[in-house]
Design a protein around this ligand. Sequence first.
Ligand code: HEM
Length: 397
Amino acid sequence: MRRDAGPFAPPSEITRLRAERPVSPMLFPDGHEGWLVTGYEAVRQMMADTRFSSRQDLGIIHVPYETPGMPVQTEPSPQTPGLFVAMDPPDHTRLRRKLTGAFTVRRMQLLEEQIVEIVERQLDHLARLTPPVDLVQEFALPVPSLVICELLGVPYEDRATFQVNSAKFLEKDITLEEKIGAYGAMSGYLAELVTRKRAEPGEDILSDLARHDDLGIEELTGIAFLLLLAGHETTANMLALGTFALLENPAQLAELRADPELMPNAVEELMRYLSVADIFYRYASEDLELGGEKIAKGSTVVVSLLAANRDPERFEHPDELDVHRKARGHLSFGHGVHQCLGQQLARIEMRAGFGGLLRRFPSLALAVPAAEVRLRTDMNIYGVHALPVTWTQGSVH
Ligand code: HEM
């Protein structure tokens, strides 16, 4: 979906629908009928209800109807082993349970020091460069990528393999064959890695999982793929688009610089305001009612988290970025059984990432006019392709 109302706002067509009919019938490009959910309450209710199934052929690696050659799906299809984001309970529960211990608030707090160290090292690297530089390549992408590699025990040196291929899954205009090819390359690499970890486990999350005898190599590979993909693209785009949004809202940026204690709150607000992971699909496993509309069994239902997070019925002046706002309750990490497993990790990365960047680069500025920043309207995770930034040399701490 294109954002025609500026780099940060939902498309006007979506906001109009939200006001008129928050659960609206929609026609997919292939002529198939489904539903689009844009109101906060309806989105929240739908995500809490597992009768709106998450089961999708090939799970997160495709977007139904948008991918040329992808068949219409109106009933459960075979599941890709390990991709629990595209499963329903009890299959989903069985796999997610194996990971909850690794991602608790407490475990993440213990890792905080290590994450801050990764961020600071990347900031040292940035400070050595001569501006202008691309913040995406030099900071926003490496930080979450280094962190998730460290946690999972994936060699960062191998990133050429997984970054190129994982970016492919998020492109909208890509054929089914290309997606399957990219998945094949990633899963081949990861299958080898988890097989090695099963033989010689180390101190990392994939090794811990490999110690579970009831998980097969295919399942381990699917889990590794999901964590690696979910763990860096989303946070990277939040860091880059969030920096862009702050630079475009200088009064808010000044308040945040003046009071770094505001950072945890500001991170929640940036998550709400930007909603980089916007569009999610479910399908009705039985006849259901949502927001007063009757949804027939087999219907595909699309939600826009961005539209929900900008719903004036839930948030006052929703289109303003306000670092003081109580934004908790936003739906940017999803809701219900699939709510983001990595949210504590993402929060720590963003607090350390934005915090370090603002502290060490007090003169940070865009190096091109805002209108020239290349937006990711062609990708399923929103953000910027590149963010050229500059600073006054000598002002860096
Ligand atoms: C699920 C967003 C960071 C791992 C989700 C969902 C959303 C989301 C909206 C729900 C999907 C659904 O209901 O179908 C984000 C955003 C992030 C972020 C915006 C960054 C700012 C991370 C990180 C990890 C991660 C760092 C690290 C491992 C996962 C996993 C799931 C998930 C494994 C699937 C959970 C399940 O199906 O039970 N995320 N995420 N995410 N996220 Fe995140």
